[in-house]
Design a protein around this ligand. Sequence first.
Ligand code: BES
Ligand code: ZN
Length: 595
Amino acid sequence: MVTDTHSFARPHEARVTDLHLDLRVDFPRQRVLGRVTLTLERAAGSTSLVLDTRDLAVHRAADGDGHPLAFTSGPRDPILGSALDIALPSGVTSVLIDYETTTGAAALQWLAPRQTAGQQHPFLYSQGQAILTRTWIPTQDSPGIRQTYSARVTVPRELTAVMSAESLTPDGIESGDGRTFEFRMREAIPPYLIALAVGELGFAPLGPRSGVYAEPATLDAARAEFADVEQMIEAAERLLGPYQWGRYDVLVLPPSFPFGGMENPRVTFATPTILAGDRSLVSLIAHELAHSWSGNLVTNATWRDFWLNEGVTTYVESRIMEALYGPVHADMLQVLSRRELLDEIDRVGGPSSADTILHIDLDGRDPDEGATRIPYDKGAALMTLVEQQVGRARFDVYLRGYFERHAFQSIVTGTFIDDLRRHLLDERPGTEEMLRLHAWIFEPGLPGNAIAPHSTLLERVAADAQAFTAGVAASSLNAAAGWNTQEWLHFLTVLPATLTPPQLADLDATFNLSDRRNSEVLFAWLRIAIRHHYAPAMPAVERFLTTQGRRKFLRPLYEDLMASAWGSAAARRIYASARPTYHAVAVHTLDSIVV
Ligand code: BES
Ligand code: ZN
């Protein structure tokens, strides 16, 4: 029996199999309110249904015929919230709950019009992963408890609702107090994938089954940036088997979205910071698309198994990028991510830290703490090692089979290992020992047999970084001939921490680094600037921290600022003004950094 220590649910007694939402989105009061109807599967003799809630106001519970049911709310745990225990008379297999969200609902971000591109209308979006769905829907919020869902959502007339489900009413239906949109997800999904966004949204098709939603002011840029999406889907299908979710759309959110992307089924939610203008950051879309298999089709059953979602996805992301843009480009991405992994291992306490274990112990902690680069890049490195050990052709057959065998299931790490042995490793005795599979999954650090990625192009860039460090002028570097985004990122990350003020000024003036529009390049440059106390970049630092809310960018920049008296005063001042514009998950992280 799988136990999820991050859920109060007791699914072996009574399990939610479907939920229907009938909701109204109240922008003036910043609340979502209405009713959820849960369909249950009950074990003989069960007497109650236990749900997860956090910061929810539950008004009433009733059976399918409307007869009230007694319920109690358990003590509040700061991470998990409260168990909602509903008494179940025998024979009851459907439960209605009237409820509303509170201002504490961490899944929801309510944006004022000035936080949107169009500046005219408010915006709402939800972020369920890892355990935030319980802050806007009372249900069994565990990735091992898959549920189908349907919804009716009423929003202000001028706005459009989008959900991670098939839309039954693309233009909405006029209703007394606004417009109602209806949705249906026929496949059972983990509850962290239930998602809603409401705003002034336009739509542009990208391919026969793909398109992009964005605010009207952002739509053209988004359409151009994501022009390769259909090809990505085709590449993923060639590798993994048919795409199972019908449509694949991307929703570009306002800039406060705390993640790069979120793989909500049928509609990836994405940050606008990947709209670089040259498609150079689209590996993020390849990543979220890959989750349509690893994550959404085959799901981690508990957050301890998160690496199954992210590691396999990061490997598939790289294969999609290779298929579209060639191995030379994919190798650059691999080199960059290996560097990030090594830096992350240092950040979480070095190679003997328990937080570098793929099968990470998160008991008693917020599962969000497991969302480091380790499950992504160490997980992907394991997949690459297996691929190289058994050969790509055999590995690809295995991978496709893995998704077929576990489609629409939630699995734990042990199930993955059993499957790998049975369908791949056991055919050739000794393979598992050569891989050191146990060490990879259950021990800390990056095992010595990890394959080191190489990129000749990036080696050249590193040589330029060395030359610059040794005194060569910025204008004499090969960069003058036009590096791409990945070359810039490599150059900036391999520069030493000991540049002189004239060197920084030379770089900035020659390459306009403080004015870069590419968020990743700007971020890498601003980190260097902060570490060197390079004051001329401070206006750019402040602008970047106050115009986007992606945690991946915010955390290191605030940390770097807080590391010195020089930066900490600025960090506190900027954070005080920007904090209300950030999403709760970013605020949660930053509150312990900017003190
Ligand atoms: N599923 C994750 C986002 C996530 C992880 C949200 C854990 C909440 C908890 C998503 O697929 C992801 O990995 N996003 C990355 C981008 C990706 C290209 C590495 C991100 O947001 O930075
Ligand atoms: Zn991911």
